[in-house]
Design a protein around this ligand. Structure first.
Ligand code: GLU
Length: 478
């Protein structure tokens, strides 16, 4: 059997972390078995679907490296296909036109509520005579098309994640609407469950891998497969992503779209790595891997049933590992947009070697790309304001003399190299008869305005190359 799987996002919002994680599992399963990964855009909800969301989803999938083999296919362009199946279901007696009005349905729901019953359609138009239908049409009622669901049916499947899942027909809400706004000739607007099943059949999907929130749909969809007389695919319902508090991750938790993660400075391979771990673990307990490596080991027996709690610390740690493994050449283009957005003045072309040096200096301190702004601000701004601790360092006894000597020596050398700065610090320490710590601390405080920061020697070199070191020392020395 050739594995064929799909991700089927609805473009009613930006690419969500939950959808992206489902896409990761589909991608891994397809690659594990040399199968095909298909992208289908479920845009039948014309009111809520928007082209900009479709674009956001496609861009996000590409950014994450979740390349698809077929598609994108759009449900909105396949209405005829769905209508053929609706007609087939009408012809074989498993579907019928229902003329119940919205007011009658409201009445039914109110009565059920009053009796503390779950809302469900009571299948009242299942067996209309031709005369009854004609009378309803004459009244101007517009039918929907419903698919029969027998109350006494039990629907069972062996889920690749959850083992045996069983649903009772009586819990599925009565005969389901598969098409809206039909009339006695037209087949109307096909609805979600019908379109999914028809597409999955048409695309020869072998494994439906999707979020656990679709389990109730699966029971209904299995009945549709039966009604259409085709083989039911395998199903794998993946656990939900939960907030740190164990609740379903929602918009209220802030960051939920892949775009947000990107803006926050997560790098794509780290994010897919982390998403893979949200519900799956590798047999060798490895936590850092590429999609290709995970694909060699991926299977559903290692996918958890329980929801995966979102762990920011772990994501940050994984992200830092990926950033630290990047060369300055790889990292620089990732940082430039953050520096530009912060309004820092530089020329990516003529300043390239200085920027690469800066990238090497700060790279190992970054857990997220956006942190590059604060950590490197001092290298881009003309003047610095000393914080309280730094002020204490430059005003401590002996600091003024030390800084004066350093300033004189640095002024004399328009071009400095690392060994010269090291030598200079040693020399001033000796000459002023102070501790080396005092020299280092007062130099850092005077140049950067802070007492902590990246490697001091490299910082001196970078600042001096951009003519920032001497003026800063002069300013302190007044
Ligand atoms: N369109 C559905 C969603 O975005 C997915 C349906 C499916 O995978 O079967 O949740």
């Amino acid at each position: 059997m050739t594995v064929r799987v799909r991700i089927a996002p609805s473009p009613t919002g930006n690419l969500h972390i939950g959808t992206a994680r489902t896409a990761v599992f589909n991608w891994l399963f397809a690659h594990r078995y040399g199968g095909t990964f298909i992208l289908r855009v479920e845009d039948t909800d014309t009111e809520r679907s928007k082209p900009e969301y479709t674009q956001n989803i496609l861009d996000g999938m590409q950014w994450l490296g979740l390349n698809w083999d077929e598609g994108p296919l759009f449900q909105s362009q396949r209405l005829d296909l769905y209508r053929q199946s609706i007609q087939a279901l009408l012809d074989n007696g498993s579907a019928y036109r229902c003329y119940t009005t919205p007011a009658e349905l409201d009445e039914l729901r109110a009565a059920q509520e009053a009796n503390h019953q779950a809302p469900r359609y009571d299948n009242r138009h299942r067996h209309l005579t031709l005369e009854q239908e004609a009378a309803f049409i004459a009244e101007g009622r517009r039918p929907v098309i419903r698919f029969k669901i027998e109350d006494d049916r039990e629907i069972s499947w062996i889920d690749l994640v959850r083992d045996t899942v069983t649903w009772k027909g009586i819990d599925l809400g009565g005969d389901m609407v598969i098409s809206r706004a039909a009339d006695e000739h037209e087949l109307g607007q096909p609805l979600y469950n019908l379109a999914v099943v028809v597409d999955d059949i048409d695309m020869k999907i072998t494994h439906v891998i999707r979020g656990e929130d679709h389990i109730a749909n699966t029971a209904k969809q299995i009945l549709l497969y039966e009604g259409l007389g085709v083989k039911v695919p395998e199903f794998a319902h993946t656990p939900l992503i939960l907030s740190a508090e164990g609740k379903k991750l929602s918009k209220r938790d802030g960051v939920t779209s892949i775009d947000d993660f990107k803006k926050m400075g997560y790098v794509a391979p780290a994010l897919v790595n982390y998403m893979t771990l949200l519900g799956w673990s590798s047999p060798d307990a490895e936590e850092l891997f590429t999609l290709d490596v995970a694909a060699q080991q991926f299977d559903f027996d290692r996918v958890n049933k329980a929801g995966g709690k979102f762990d920011w610390d772990k994501l940050n740690w994984i992200n830092s590992q990926y950033i630290h493994a990047m060369t300055a050449e790889q990292l620089l283009p990732e940082l430039i947009p953050y520096w530009q957005a912060a309004g820092f003045k530089f020329d990516p072309v003529t300043d390239r070697s200085w920027l690469l040096q800066l990238t090497s200096l700060i790279g190992a301190s970054l857990a997220r790309l956006d942190e590059c702004v604060e950590i490197s601000r001092t290298f881009f701004t003309d003047t610095v304001t000393l914080n309280e601790e730094a002020t204490a360092k430059v005003t401590q006894p002996g600091a003024k003399e030390v800084l004066t000597s350093l300033a004189t020596a640095i002024k004399a050398k328009p071009e400095l190299v690392e060994s010269e700065v090291q030598e200079l610090i040693k020399q001033v320490t000796k000459e002023q008869n102070v501790k080396k710590g005092l020299v280092m601390q007062s130099l850092r405080a005077a140049l950067t305005g802070e007492v902590h920061g990246p490697d001091l020697i490299q910082s001196v070199l970078l600042l001096h190359q951009h003519q920032l070191a001497v003026p800063r020392l002069d300013r302190i020395l007044g």
